[in-house]
Design a protein around this ligand. Structure first.
Ligand code: PLP
Ligand code: SF4
Length: 437
């Protein structure tokens, strides 16, 4: 086992003189000694805030509490703390109390799309299932900030059971995404029970878990946890690393255990001003991730949640980062940049434009270097008209449930079998005038 870093040794002894050094790697020890107040923070790092600064932080804490694992604290660079990405993600700032005019407590309307407590059913075939309200660290950029840390509780079996019943009774759900809070703060037994219940639902094809523990509490990934998870394949895990400095010897080991258990790993990052809004930082991050068998999955535009204004970047920054990645590095190192639509429209991918123009026989494209190129369309293309009689189609989709497929959105406009020619907002005035006539 790797030795602790010097900072970790020092912190460990400062926190607890009589525990055995091995306890540093005990995730429960880490949680028990999480830093929740300014005094302890100052004491452990040997620093002192100005009275003004301190007062500000105290104000912020009354609205949005803090909780930092000793491990994550050990990653802070005290010599350049103001600019430190770890510090900024963990330690409260007065700017969190400045409420921007466009911000909401629930910007994604997760509550509105919630048929039963804990479930958000937004997309046709998958649900978000919040199974924990607890996190190992309260990220300052958390989109569910108003909820996390408010009441630290783990939903009781009865509540979880309601979510499971909803999933059981809704056959179109094939993918369940366990999130929170952090599902890995449940005990192995409790999580095992939830996964087992999900395994028994026939229409569930895949379960995913979103967790930040590999980044902020890597010791949570124990052999026992991994042995339990292995029994619930196909299981996917998404982690949440935002900065290359979060990938340490300890988090590498955690990722290795998960990957060795055959769990496909993805990563979701949030684009954060002053933390990772830089093409070089993002490139270093995605390279470190893939070197640890983690596929960058999403790069999120920062949400319009309360208290996040100081973390928001223009969308242009995200596009610039995507421009610097696509083509410049391995395709599987490139995440999809998404904006979660305010009001609950779901994730919308945004990208630089590569399609410049087109005619009936040519498409004009540009590549990552700026080379403009033409793609010749085929002279003859025998289109198979789609009437959705899949059983008779020469493309051979002879599945029993092939007919059940329903087209929605733009797909509906593109479909041969659907006569819809436009999608019109419900409150379109021009249409309302027509109805009034
Ligand atoms: C993100 C999200 C999902 C999963 O979306 P994918 O694009 O499939 O990863 C599902 N439900 C909700 C409410 C979400 O926010
Ligand atoms: S781990 Fe996730 S849910 Fe928990 S505070 Fe951080 S961002 Fe929020």
């Amino acid at each position: 086992m790797k030795k602790l870093t010097q900072t970790q040794e020092k912190l460990f002894h400062a926190i607890n003189t009589d525990s055995k050094p091995a306890e540093w790697r005990d995730w429960k020890w880490q949680l028990r000694h999480s830093i929740k107040d300014i005094d302890t923070f100052e004491e452990l790092l040997g620093i002192e805030f100005d009275p003004d600064e301190r007062e500000n932080v105290e104000k912020t804490l009354t609205k949005f509490p803090m909780s930092i694992t000793p491990y994550y604290l050990s990653l802070i660079d005290i010599d350049d703390m103001e600019n430190d990405p770890i510090y900024k993600q963990a330690f409260p700032a007065i700017s969190e109390l400045i409420l921007g005019k466009d911000e909401h407590a629930d910007p994604l309307a997760e509550d509105k799309d919630s048929p039963v407590p804990g479930i958000t059913h937004r997309y046709p075939d998958r649900v978000l299932f919040l199974v924990s309200n607890v996190c190992s660290m309260y990220c300052r950029h958390c989109t569910r900030k108003r909820r996390v840390g408010d009441e630290d509780y783990i939903p009781k079996r009865e509540i979880i059971q309601q979510g499971l019943d909803y999933i059981r009774n809704t056959p179109q759900i094939r993918d369940v995404l366990l999130s929170g809070g952090d599902p890995f703060l449940l005990s192995n037994e409790y999580l095992d029970w939830i996964l087992l219940e999900l395994d028994q639902i026939e229409h569930i094809e895949v379960v995913r878990i979103g967790t930040r523990t590999p980044a902020v509490l890597p010791y949570r990934i124990t052999d026992e946890l991994v042995d339990m998870l292995k029994r619930h394949h196909p299981l996917w895990i998404n982690t949440h690393f935002n900065h290359p400095r979060e990938i340490t010897a300890s988090s590498r080991l955690a990722l290795k255990k998960l990957a060795d258990a055959g769990i496909p790993l993805g990563n979701q990052s949030v684009l954060l001003a002053g933390v990772n809004d830089c093409p070089r930082i993002m490139r270093a991050l995605v390279h470190k991730l893939v070197a640890n068998r983690v596929r960058p999955y999403y790069l999120y535009q920062c949400d319009l949640s309360e208290g996040l204004a100081h973390f928001r970047t223009p969308v242009g920054k995200g596009i610039e980062i995507m421009e610097s990645l696509i083509g410049h590095t391995s395709g599987f190192s490139v995440p999809t940049y998404v904006i979660d639509a305010p009001g609950g429209g779901g994730k919308i991918p945004v990208m630089p434009n590569y399609l410049i123009s087109w005619s009936t026989n040519k498409v004009i494209l540009r590549n990552f270097e700026g080379v403009i190129t033409t793609y010749q369309e085929p002279d003859s293309y025998e289109k198979s008209f789609c009437d959705r009689k899949c059983a008779k189609c020469n493309l051979q989709l002879k599945l029993a449930d092939a007919d059940e497929y329903k087209s929605v959105g733009i797909g509906k406009l593109l479909a041969d079998y659907d006569k819809t020619i436009s999608l019109t907002p419900a409150d379109n005035e021009r249409h309302q005038r027509r109805e009034d006539d």
